[in-house]
Write a protein that binds this ligand. Sequence first.
Ligand SMILES: Cc1ncc(COP(=O)(O)O)c(C=O)c1O
Length: 383
Amino acid sequence: MDFNRVIDRRNSECIKWNRFDEDVLPMWVADTDFKCSDAVISALHERVNHGIFGYGAPPRELNQTVVQRIKRLYDWDVAESEIGYIPGIVTGFNAAIRAFCEAGEAVIYQTPAYPPFIGAPKSARLRGVQNPLPQQQDGTYTLDFDRFEQQLISENVRAFILCNPQNPTGRVFTREELTQLAEICLRHKVLIISDEIHCDILYDGHKHIPIASLSPEIAANTITFMAPSKTYNIAGLHASVYIIQNPELMEKFHDFCSGLVGCPGVLALTAAYAAYAEGDAWLIEQNRYLQENRDFLDEALRTQLTGIHWNKPEATFLGWLDCSELGLAEAPYEFFLREARVGLNEGLTFGPQCRDFVRFNFGTTRANMQEAVDRMQAALAAR
Ligand SMILES: Cc1ncc(COP(=O)(O)O)c(C=O)c1O
């Protein structure tokens, strides 16, 4: 697999490359510019050649593959009856808070937050509560357990949307951190909705720990979402997995989704199965390339983009760049878009304290990385 290969994504119904003017290099929304594995592409060809696209149903082999993969990669025992499929994780957590929260209750999430976390409680007419992740002197993002617990009590919180690995900071939470968060939630009867979409893109030997795998009590209080979408670059096909080990929660979630949220389409199921069943070797190569991209950006922040800092991500292909030291008069998103013609994600969409941040998607070719960094450096030098 040649991850350096440049593929023109304009005019391919692609949000990333069509949002900005043609001269802007898009480094924003979280998909990659890499072609899928041959396994996924030939499975899709074969399915298309079949020629009939009636209503779909997840094949038994997909269930078995998901269950075996979760055991193999995360040492978590899950039964086939404890998994289900939805067309997206954003759909999933929006459905979950509507299924489990009542009017007047609140949903907590950590900031900086993946923007749809911020929108979800609002659109469900629930209150959103933000629990900021404090930064240590060296920039490492940590957790504020005391404040988290206080907020659960004082804000009438019913559900916690966790993002692990965390978008946008790239933190992989440790077993101890996850255990403490889960125990606080158990103490206050707060449901955990765990968005683990980035669970397969980890660096430096970091291991993903599904929060529900920590104990049977935690499993009974958790809804987990995973997907092949980020991992294998098939997000536009829309197949995601949920895992619910508490039958009561499963029934309630099914009841809520019934008639509202359908099964992923047949091509999505085909791609998901091929990716999960045959994607291990491709994924190892992709993660190696992404780790080199991350290290490339780390070096660039020390040499070409001095004054911009980050907490080197342990996971995800997203860099959360702190531009506050640059002292720009405007939001760095605006500055880099206009002056560098680089399209990043805007800090403020991740939380009210994030004006001086941008999110940089390094899931692209090394050539695009270099181009984006060069353009940003030149824009800063010309100020
Ligand atoms: C944390 C997180 N959750 C969910 C999604 C999107 O999930 P889906 O496309 O399955 O709705 C993203 C995409 O960037 C994400 O970063």
